[in-house]
Write a new protein. Structure first.
Length: 379
């Protein structure tokens, strides 16, 4: 398989790399995290100006029609910089559902505003009792005149604290755990029927727990037919997280190697101690395995659903474990300072831990991989 990037892909990677290099020094990231929305509005606007927010959307919706490779290139770069902007929540998850489920009027209203950076979205799909099962939804949507009223709870909604609109999964029929009967609704979080509990996550991002009590929602797509689109968007989000993890692992390994070369013990750099060299090699091996699986997952988004889900589950499981190994070793090799807020490596470690948990941790995806049927290509 040829992994050579074409000219457009190289330009995209260069643009994102330059943005992160100029906008995401460690100290600047720490300042941006204290902004009212938890990220730099100026950087978000610059992402829009550079066309980065348009990458995954179809050309007919104002995007450039990027696929898994483009998504991987962007998010590897975002991982290197530990970016805070709501690209995953707004563009990949929220915008991805609108592009898949919305009618022409909804796409025309929402997607240009997303691409221009004027509107942010958040996907509220997880529920307190569902763990990582996207279809174990108890939130209900009842018809009320020409619209719907939503009642239920959503947990750990990424960037739900600042989103202009929520995309909420709710049941119009069926029982929790069933694919049929699941719908997606656009919800204005400022209305009286929505109550939010906002909080920071350990990696510097923000999330919300949301309670819906008769909130008005606008349905996207056919009633009860959102399961396939939701599954595809969550797979795309998992690919983005896998790529972001690889970028974060790269920097964690580089920071650790630099520390081993400079930290003196017994009159010599600690990197000369063979046992520490072996641990550094283990980190690099885990990184290269993760990189291969991220590429594999990115190239699987256009596969039929069963094969796509199996491949993405394998990648998310392996990369989650690799991220934990690298983050734990990086902190151990840095010693006590590796746990301090002033050490950049601690923030990469926390991000890698959270990437494992977002959209399903390694154990969840290992169970999915085992349960999904193995597909056999015809000869």
């Amino acid at each position: 398989m040829d992994f050579t990037l074409n000219d457009e892909q190289r330009m995209l990677e260069d643009t994102a790399t330059r943005l992160v290099r100029e906008r995401y020094g460690f100290e600047r990231r720490q300042r941006n995290a204290k902004e009212p929305k938890g990220y730099s509005a100026e950087t978000w606007a610059l992402m829009a100006e550079l066309g980065l927010l348009s990458v995954p959307f179809p050309e007919e919706d104002g995007g450039i029609g990027g696929g898994g490779t483009e998504l991987m290139l962007l998010h590897q770069t975002f991982g290197r910089g530990l970016t805070l902007e709501p690209y995953l929540a707004t563009v990949v998850l929220g915008g991805g559902l609108v592009a898949r489920l919305g009618d022409a009027a909804q796409r025309e209203t929402i997607l240009p505003a997303v691409i221009s950076g004027e509107r942010t979205l958040a996907l509220a799909y997880a529920e307190p009792d569902a763990r990582y099962d996207a279809f174990r939804v108890e939130t209900r949507a009842e018809k009320d005149g020409g619209g719907y009223r939503l009642t239920g709870r959503k947990a750990v909604v990424l960037n739900g604290d600042s989103a202009d609109r929520l995309l909420v999964t709710a049941r119009t029929s069926g029982a929790a755990g069933e694919r049929d009967g699941l719908s997606v609704f656009l919800v204005d979080p400022a209305q009286p029927g929505v109550k939010r509990r906002d909080y920071p996550t350990i990696d510097g991002l923000r999330a919300s727990d949301i309670t819906l009590n008769g909130a008005v929602g606008e349905r996207l797509g056919a009633e009860g037919g959102a399961a396939d689109a939701l599954e595809a968007v969550l797979a795309t989000g998992s690919v983005a997280l896998c790529a972001e993890a690889v970028g974060a692992m790269e920097v964690a390994c580089d920071l650790t190697l630099d520390y081993l070369k400079t930290r003196q013990q017994f009159g010599a750099p600690i990197g000369r101690f063979q046992v520490l060299q072996h641990r550094m090699v283990d980190m690099r091996i885990a990184l290269e395995q993760a990189r291969s699986m991220a590429i594999f997952a990115a190239c699987s988004l256009d596969q039929p659903a069963p094969e796509r889900e199996r491949r993405v589950a394998a990648a998310k499981s392996l990369i989650g474990r690799a991220g934990r190994l690298i983050s734990e070793q990086a902190i151990q090799l840095h010693g006590g300072m590796g746990m301090t807020d002033e050490a950049a490596v601690s923030h990469y470690a926390k991000r890698l831990v959270m990437i494992d948990h977002w959209l399903g941790d390694g154990d969840h995806h290992l169970d999915r991989f085992i349960a999904l049927p193995e597909t056999v290509e015809a000869a």
